[in-house]
Every structure is written in structure tokens, then in C-alpha cells.
Ligand binder design. Structure first.
Ligand SMILES: [Zn+2]
Length: 114
């Protein structure tokens, strides 16, 4: 497999990165990539990108899967939002979210940009 750096035209070498954050805050370990020997730019094959995306999604699901018990406030059912998740989604008291049913077991909570 040969990859050429688009900036330098040099042959990139296959390397393994100890840690790599494809999306900030979701570090992956032992990520295969190519590196340009001149400008040190990382280059990924489409297969490598696909694997990195898949692993990042798995990590996200693992980090942000919380179990919560439904409680009651007045006549409404309430689900507490964990602090980390609220911070990640930039949700604060008074902010609006949209609840979108996906099927008969799941719904999506979408932060409305304001
Ligand atoms: Zn280069």
C-alpha cells in the first residue's frame, strides 16, 4: 500500500499512532495511519478512516450511555440528564430540546441551537 503526501509528493510511511483523536475528546489507541516523512502530516486510507469512525462511534456510545431511572415531577415523567452529557451537548436550565420518537423503544433528544 503506497500513499503519497499531497503537499510534498513524498511517499508516506505506514505507522501506528499511540493515541489519536479523530473527534476531540475521544482518544483512540493504536491507530494505523501513514505519515509523511517530510511534513509529518498524517494521511489515512479510506479503510483506515472507516475504522477510525467506527471505533470513535463505539467509544462515544460507551462513554455516553447512561442508565437513568424515570422519576415524576407533577404529572410529567422526568429523566435526569447527567452533568457530563449536559455539558457535552451544551444544555443548561431553560434551554429547549426537541424530543423525536425513533421507534417504540427509543427517542432522540436534540439540543436546539439558540
Ligand atoms: Zn508532506
Amino acid at each position: 500500500m503506497k500513499l503519497i503526501c499531497k503537499k510534498c509528493g513524498k511517499n508516506a510511511k505506514e505507522i501506528v499512532l499511540d493515541t489519536y483523536e479523530y473527534i476531540e475528546g475521544f482518544p483512540l489507541r493504536n491507530v494505523k495511519a501513514f505519515e509523511c516523512p517530510k511534513c509529518r502530516e498524517f494521511i489515512f486510507t479510506p479503510e483506515q478512516v472507516e475504522e477510525i469512525e467506527k471505533r470513535t462511534e463505539q467509544l462515544k456510545a460507551h462513554i455516553f450511555a447512561f442508565e437513568r431511572k424515570i422519576t415524576i415531577s407533577g404529572r410529567s415523567l422526568v429523566i435526569n440528564i447527567p452533568e457530563d452529557l449536559a455539558h457535552h451537548l451544551n444544555i443548561v436550565k431553560g434551554k429547549k430540546v426537541k424530543l423525536i420518537p425513533l421507534d417504540n423503544r427509543r427517542f432522540l433528544v436534540e439540543a436546539i441551537e439558540k
